[in-house]
Ligand binder design. Structure first.
Ligand code: G3I
Length: 405
């Protein structure tokens, strides 16, 4: 009963805020806006992470996020789980998620720091814990310009400069070894990460001049997909990138480049199953672009994941803060706005669930986020629910319909 009342109150406040935004667009009447904001804050304060009195009054969520979307798509979280995670954090993961992405430990740098050295301790522990707890694992990532050890691109012990053949041999060995080790235990991989440059017009693929691109050429992507498929023919193989939804409505920019790239990969016979739209978003993210991008990728016969979801509650863009720190604060109004954006996004995912395989949050709590200072997740730094959490659950359960742009 209590929960129903609070949930209803939250929906009402989100609605008021949406109205306020419309007013703001039309007439910028500061006095009216301030009045409405004050009204929203008053009630929304019960969900605030910064108010200790109110925090104790927050009821437990009605169900885990994964249960609210059961049968539609998987709900995931990123982290190098379980090492260093508290019992409360592990219980939170079991309650809310049915798939985990290793946030760092399966990247090329940590797994393969030298040509003859692999580190398996952390990734093995993650896979084992997930198996014991009936949680799936998504692999991240195989070919990337970042977090990849320098040796991959240096001359060999024979002192000869890096040739295309040697670079291919190194990437192939890496992929066959890592994917092969977890064959049958990892449901899919972000095979290539972030290969497209920022800032293009969308007339070309606009590939990043990465070390892999320089050493092998534009076919490094197709080759990487082929090697991953060779290592585990049953694994789902995805291309993963950020901001690739941007420009979808107007068919320009990074989205248009991603469509050109994906069409080429398909034409070249790359065994690609889907696209990961990372989803590092903010309060002013262009929501129509998100929906259009999902349908554009689906039209190519690809599945879509929202692979690294977070919505910053302060600032409009990135800016990483140290894990567990950052010192940023966010207002109650920002958390209500954040809930509204999350609700709109999940409304899109819900309506397009046939095209979507997985929605993964990039971290489990604001303390465990690469953008901790911008409070981007649905559990606060103390693992308490924020307004967004119940909104997301209610959208999944058909109890709240977000206003459409
Ligand atoms: O492991 C070392 C530790 O030994 C050292 O003491 C410490 C000192 O700074 O650094 C630790 O490494 C850090 C690592 O995270 C593990 O915590 C790196 O400095 C830090 O740069 C690294 O950040 C990660 C970042 O990728 C690197 O690019 C973030 O945690 C991770 O969330 C982020 O994830 C990426 C995705 O892979 C791809 N998409 C964008 C996303 C956000 O940047």
């Amino acid at each position: 009963m209590v929960m129903k009342t609070k949930t209803g109150l939250l929906h009402a406040e989100i609605g008021k805020l949406a109205q306020k935004k419309e007013i703001e667009k039309g007439m910028t009447n500061r006095l009216v806006i301030s009045g409405l904001i004050a009204c929203a804050i008053l009630s929304a304060t019960i969900y605030s992470q910064d108010s200790a009195t109110i925090k104790s009054a927050i009821p437990a969520p009605t169900m885990g996020i994964k249960d609210a979307y059961a049968g539609k798509f998987l709900i995931g979280a990123a982290g190098d789980i379980p090492r260093g995670y508290s019992e409360a954090e592990l219980a939170n993961i079991k309650a809310n998620y049915n798939v985990v992405t290793p946030e760092n430990c399966m990247k090329p740098q940590p797994t393969h720091p030298a040509e003859d050295t692999y580190n398996w301790t952390t990734p093995d522990a993650l896979v084992q814990w997930c198996q014991e707890n009936n949680i799936k694992v998504w692999g991240h990532t195989l070919a990337w310009h970042s977090q990849t050890a320098g040796w991959f691109f240096q001359p060999g012990v024979d002192g000869q400069p890096l040739t295309r053949e040697r670079a291919m041999e190194r990437l192939k060995n890496h992929i066959l070894t890592v994917v092969g080790r977890y064959k049958g235990k990892i449901i899919g991989w972000d095979v290539v990460n972030e290969a497209i440059n920022d800032g293009g017009t969308g007339d070309t693929e606009n590939l990043r001049n990465s070390p892999w691109f320089k050493a092998i050429g534009p076919d490094f992507l197709t080759l990487a997909f082929q090697w991953a498929h060779e290592a585990d023919p049953n694994a789902q193989l995805y291309y993963n990138d950020y901001n690739i939804e941007q420009g979808a409505v107007e068919n320009k920019g990074k989205h248009a480049s991603s469509m050109l790239l994906l069409k080429r990969l398909i034409k070249e016979g790359a065994p690609i199953n889907g696209v990961g739209i990372q989803g590092h978003w903010h309060l002013n993210t262009n929501i129509p672009d998100v929906e259009k991008a999902i349908s554009n990728y689906a039209s190519l016969g690809l599945k879509v994941s929202i692979s690294e979801l977070d919505v910053t509650s302060t600032g409009t863009n990135s800016g990483a803060f140290p894990v567990g720190g950052g010192g940023g604060t966010a207002s109650d109004e920002a958390f209500v706005q954040q809930a509204q954006v999350y609700a709109k996004l999940f409304d899109i995912f819900n309506r397009n669930s046939k095209s979507i395989s997985r929605v993964t949050f990039w971290g489990i709590s604001d303390r465990r986020s690469w953008r901790s200072g911008q409070r981007p997740l649905v559990f606060d730094g103390q693992l308490q629910p924020k307004p967004a959490l119940q909104m997301i659950i209610d959208v999944g359960q058909g109890k709240y319909v977000a206003p459409r742009p």
